[in-house]
Write a protein that binds this ligand. Structure first.
Ligand code: CLR
Length: 464
């Protein structure tokens, strides 16, 4: 019944108050004291925050959940992979122009969201290091995982490596897909306009058939037409290329066959030659299909058994800084239209006035929305009940700062009491998740223990 009600609902498309500019406090004056710290140990003036908890921000993964339903509706495993890969890319779309820092979740904080296509429950399962776990389900799929964002400072930028694997299960096909997150980089933390880049190789693995989608998120430092560019192949268990996928994580994701891609490259060879001149790091790459080198390397390093969990082959060079420190301009038409392509995903247009509201997407605008019906049934640890976030969204920056300090002190008090207590049963443990082994990757993972949607919320701690 609640699902039907949901589908007719209109959600808000703006926040109660516009964002208040941070004035001239420099981000660097705060971050220089944060070098080497965990994300959860960094407290910034609320002005640098966006009025969402990291649990809510993580839920933005679900914005295009219909792609997982579409995946489950396909009879062909390659078509299913296309949609799962499109979902993995779409999940990053909302990070475009969003350099605001979400609030650190309190230990035991939860966030739930019910929408026609899915429902999700998130919990902050560890504070130091910060780990957030989530579990989403629907008739067609299960999607779960945990994220531990690790920070690295690289002079003018901060790199965030979201450690952790995510898993999609399609029960109808008895299939599980897993992938890793790519890195995210916030540029210009000392001077200039902040901007966000995502780069690295994402490998989506179908553990039942051995199909993989190996996608390269390119760094803008290669050359500016690569800004936001994502491309790669779906390969089968014998590494045969079956599909070419490409687009921009900010806008669009498409698929075509490898032959159309090769033909396109041949016909446009003149374009690539002139671009190669401009490129500093890709000069020698006129390999047959202009395949990104890191994708080629990945293909070559693939073990024959496709069933093993992927091991990260990260080199630790840090992000390459684009030449002028400015946001590189993007050539938005560059090879976005390869013949015989099908569009799998297009980003929803941001609502009008989004720039006044932390550049939120339509989906993000509604995450902290709470009406009376909801208030009545909500779990007492839900992010929507955090007074500091609520105050910031109402434009009360000072009130938000006061509340944030109060909540953090309350949390420290709770922790001190627990640490003193010798009784085992008084030690804190997550309510909805437990540490276990992900059966598909054999790696440690936080697994949902069930029960949240029964809405028995007795015996929860008062964390706000
Ligand atoms: C990116 C997509 C990943 C999950 C993920 C983890 C950490 C998030 C990151 C995403 C987006 C950027 C992020 C980051 C934590 C802090 C950072 C929200 C969603 C913001 C921009 C704040 C940076 C503040 C520094 C300058 C200290 O799959």
């Amino acid at each position: 019944a609640s699902m039907a009600a949901n589908s007719q609902r209109q959600y808000r498309t703006r926040l109660p108050a516009a964002q208040i500019p941070t004035g001239d406090i420099s981000l660097w004056s705060i971050l220089k004291n944060a070098i080497g710290k965990e994300l959860s140990k960094i407290t910034m003036p609320v002005g640098f925050n966006e009025p969402l908890s990291f649990l809510q921000r993580m839920t933005e993964y679900m914005e295009y959940a219909h792609l997982l339903r579409l995946a489950s509706e396909q009879d062909d495993p390659i078509a299913r992979m296309q949609y799962v890969a499109a979902f993995a890319v779409s999940a990053l779309g909302s990070n475009w122009e969003r350099p605001g820092k979400p609030f650190n979740p309190l230990l035991g904080e939860t966030f739930e969201l019910e929408r026609p296509e899915f429902r999700i429950i998130c919990e902050q399962v560890s504070h130091h290091p910060p780990v957030s776990a989530f579990h989403a389900d629907s008739e067609n799929f299960v999607f779960h995982g945990s994220i531990h964002p690790k920070l690295k400072f690289w002079g003018k930028s901060v790199e965030i490596q979201p450690k952790g694997t995510v898993t999609v299960e399609l029960p109808k096909w008895k299939e599980a897909y897993t992938w890793n997150n790519v890195s995210c980089c916030v540029h210009n933390i000392i001077v200039g306009k902040l901007w966000i880049e995502q780069y690295g190789t994402m490998e989506v693995v179908n553990h039942s058939t051995g199909h993989r989608a190996i996608l390269e998120f390119k760094s803008a430092s290669w050359f500016s037409k690569d800004l936001h560019r994502v491309e790669g192949f779906i390969v089968d268990k014998d590494k045969k290329k079956i599909k070419f996928m490409y687009g921009k994580w900010t806008e669009i994701f498409r698929v075509t066959d490898p032959q159309s891609y090769e033909d396109y490259l041949k016909e446009n060879a003149h374009k690539f030659r002139s671009d190669d001149k401009k490129s500093k790091s890709d000069k020698s790459d006129n390999s047959p299909a202009h395949t990104p080198r890191r994708v080629l390397a990945k293909l070559n390093s693939l073990k024959v058994s496709p069933f093993r969990a992927s091991v990260s082959t990260d080199t630790d060079d840090g992000p390459e800084e684009p030449p002028e420190g400015d946001i590189p301009a993007s050539d938005s038409t560059f090879s976005i239209d390869i013949p015989n392509s099908v569009t799998l995903w297009e980003a929803d247009q941001r609502p009008e006035n989004s720039t006044d509201y932390y550049n939120f997407t339509r989906f993000a605008m509604a995450l902290n929305e709470m009406d009376d019906d909801m208030r009545a049934k909500l779990c007492p640890t839900d992010s929507r009940l955090r007074p500091d976030i609520r105050k910031l969204e109402e434009g009360d920056v000072d009130g938000a700062a006061t509340e944030k300090t109060r909540l953090e002190e309350k949390q420290r008090g709770r922790k001190a009491r627990k640490d003193k207590s010798s009784k085992k049963e008084e030690k804190w443990k997550p309510r909805w998740f437990a540490l276990g082994t992900n059966p598909h990757t054999n790696q440690e993972d936080w697994l949902y223990q069930g029960g949240y949607w029964d809405r028995n919320f007795s015996q929860l701690e008062d964390i706000f």
